[in-house]
Design a protein around this ligand. Structure first.
Ligand code: OOG
Ligand code: NI
Length: 461
């Protein structure tokens, strides 16, 4: 059988990401407004900061910037999660990382489905933060059994989507016609449904346990709850949101503003109240809020050492604040963050020399003369100008930030305390496979780039 007429999974992902964005823009008009604000801001930054423009050109990120976004969904059962993993695999997306949200009072654990190779990421960096509800954390036994029975009855995939997943697995890919159908069929899983699967009273009971439980259990499927574009300057967007009729959360999650951005900074605005028809109501008399808006700014991926430093400084600032960041203490929180992060080197050279961030190395225009072919280290090649280094962009999420995003959109009433914590093993059993270690992926990309440099220069390594 010929494989030449398969559409590459990367292209399927690129098309799916676009289709998802178009659907969400129709469903949530505020998303369109946010997209425009982000586009304007990015253009402004590229025009006014030649250094940022140059760096994005060098790394190739400029080409993916406009199509870059992440979405988030929440599912209820192991079967749903495992089938999602198969659906995302058709688009070249694998589960990367494990995030436990229970310390923050949210009864889920999560992973991020995304492409893992730098070349695939370049075609489409689309990612989906995917959470599995931990029903075992519902204390009320009757309610837990009720939730389980509702979830067991629903099917969140169209029959055609399931057929196409089977076909892609059996044959090793999808042809043009099937790929097109797959994008449309897969999209159905993430669509918003006005009609709920429970009565108004059942919804109230689920919601009283935790608003997130109602969001997962009371609906036909895992509606996409936000889609987040990537901005080059999140402080500008945060400041301009009110003028566009959008009220952002009190503080930006993640590291403070820096010369050299690291990891991920995020802000969001509140969930919208949407009309919902419960099963005992003829019309959309109820309401539910799940969907919200978010923007992100991405910076350098950190090594384990860099990440440990980030975590230490973040915890120090939060400990000193003695409370969750909120409207009242936002200014003090920002000041504390800036103060503590003074300890984190803020130059690319500093971060590279101290091995705090991952880099991609590339040969420059300067070529070695044949007489110069002695053994040289990477540092020598860098200092002599044969090789240059660009930080690898962080492709993942941050648990403390994700908790802040969940909470700002679920409201304070959503805080709960759970005795049980992290259970990566149970998550992976539900998923049907292991999650990948994101740090190993960055290390691999860095290693591949170093090898390519030595090869291009004709040096042994
Ligand atoms: C996911 C919240 C986390 C992020 O970007 O960290 C998140 C959710 O609300 O389902 O989106
Ligand atoms: Ni998000």
């Amino acid at each position: 059988m010929s494989h030449s007429n398969f559409v590459s999974p990367d292209l399927i992902r690129q098309r799916f990401s676009k289709a998802m964005s178009d659907m969400y823009r129709k469903e949530v008009p505020l998303y369109g407004a946010l997209m425009e604000l982000v586009e304007q801001t990015n253009r402004h930054v590229l025009d006014s900061d030649p250094q940022v423009a140059r760096q994005l050109n060098n790394t190739g990120e400029i080409q993916r910037l406009d199509m870059e976004r992440h979405g988030a969904i929440r599912v209820g059962t192991a079967t749903e999660l495992a089938t999602l993993a198969r659906l995302f695999a058709v688009m070249g997306m694998q589960p990367v990382g494990y995030y436990d949200l229970t310390p923050a009072g949210v009864p889920v654990h999560s992973t991020a489905f995304r492409a893992v190779h730098e070349e695939a990421l370049q075609v489409s960096p689309f990612r989906v933060f995917t959470s599995l509800l931990r029903l075992e954390l519902i204390e009320d036994r009757e309610l837990r059994a009720f939730a389980q029975s509702i979830l067991d009855k629903r099917s969140i995939f169209t029959p055609m989507a399931l057929t196409l997943i089977d076909r892609a697995e059996a044959e090793g890919g999808l042809n043009e016609e099937d790929a097109e159908a797959f994008v449309l069929q897969a999209l159905e899983t993430f669509r918003w449904h006005h009609s709920a699967t429970v009565t108004a009273e059942q919804y109230r009971q689920l919601s009283a346990q935790h608003r997130l439980i109602a969001d997962v259990v009371a609906f036909k499927g895992p509606h996409i709850n936000h889609l987040t574009p990537r901005t080059l300057d999140i402080d500008i967007v945060q400041a301009q949101m009110p003028a566009h009729g959008i009220t952002p959360k009190a503080v930006i999650e993640g590291p403070p503003r820096r010369q050299c951005p690291i990891l991920l900074r995020q802000t969001s605005f509140k969930a919208l109240d949407e009309p919902v028809a419960f099963t005992d109501q003829a019309d959309s008399h109820g309401s539910h809020s799940a969907r919200f808006g978010e923007i992100e700014q991405r910076g350098a991926a950190l090594t384990p050492k860099g990440r440990a430093l980030y975590d230490r400084l973040l915890n120090a600032a939060r400990d000193e604040l003695k409370d969750f960041p909120n409207e009242a203490n936002a200014a003090r929180y920002n000041a504390l963050m800036t103060q503590h992060f003074g300890e984190f080197p803020d130059t690319l050279d500093g971060m590279r020399q101290q091995e705090l961030a991952y880099f991609r190395y590339g040969v420059t225009e300067k070529r070695l003369a044949s007489g110069e072919r002695r053994a040289m280290t990477l540092d020598e090649l860098l200092s002599l100008g044969y090789v240059s280094a660009q930080p690898l962009v962080y492709e993942d999420f941050l648990p403390v930030s994700a908790a802040g995003i969940f909470q700002s959109n679920l409201g304070d009433a959503a805080q709960a305390h759970y005795g049980q914590h992290s259970n990566q093993h149970a998550f992976e059993q539900a998923l049907g496979r292991a999650t990948l270690d994101e740090l190993a992926l960055y290390a691999e990309t860095q290693r591949r780039s170093i090898e390519a440099c030595f090869e291009a220069l004709g040096l042994n390594h």
